[in-house]
Design a protein around this ligand. Structure first.
Ligand code: FE2
Length: 165
């Protein structure tokens, strides 16, 4: 049995999460665009950070974006790249994206499905070709999307609560 300091937040609420990353129930994947889904795993409202799997079941440009905080990723299936770099992130690749860099994620033609784990802080700011903001996501918009989707598919809006801290 793990022991915590008396009165610590850890003692007051269950903080740990241990889940199967690729869920058995496909409804756990939240659609965020045509052929693009995310699987929430850790939605941290205390520091504005989240961990999720991103799944893309088509090739082509996903988004052009910037984030003001670091992003860490690990590719679990398939591959993708940024037009701004000459590397390709493939299954097993670790990726670090520095704050402030604008990049355009693309899934190559010979890849029909990619799944990548991302640990994101702050927000994703989506940009058009002229670097004008056309949207954003943060841990709160992610939670909202999860609630709406889980309610819609019968899991119940509060299904997302297990991932929120
Ligand atoms: Fe990025």
């Amino acid at each position: 049995m793990y022991k915590f300091m008396k009165g610590s937040t850890h003692e007051l609420a269950s903080m740990e999460i241990a889940i199967k990353a690729i869920p058995d129930d496909p409804r756990v994947w939240v659609p965020q665009a045509p052929d693009v889904y995310f699987r929430p795993m850790f939605l941290n409202t205390l520091t504005g950070q989240w961990c999720n799997l991103l799944k893309v079941t088509r090739s082509g440009i996903l988004s052009r974006h910037v984030h003001p905080a670091p992003v860490f990723g690990m590719v679990m299936k398939g591959k993708w790249h940024y037009f701004e770099h000459d590397w390709v992130a493939e299954e097993g690749s670790f990726v670090f994206e520095p704050p402030g860099e604008i990049h355009t994620l693309n899934v190559p033609e010979d890849c029909d499905e990619m799944i990548t784990f991302f640990n994101i802080s702050g927000c994703m700011v989506y940009l058009d070709k002229e670097d004008r903001q056309i949207g954003y996501e943060d841990v709160f918009t992610k939670i909202d999307m999860c609630r709406a989707h889980y309610d819609n598919v019968g899991l119940g809006a509060d299904y997302v609560d297990q991932f929120i801290r």
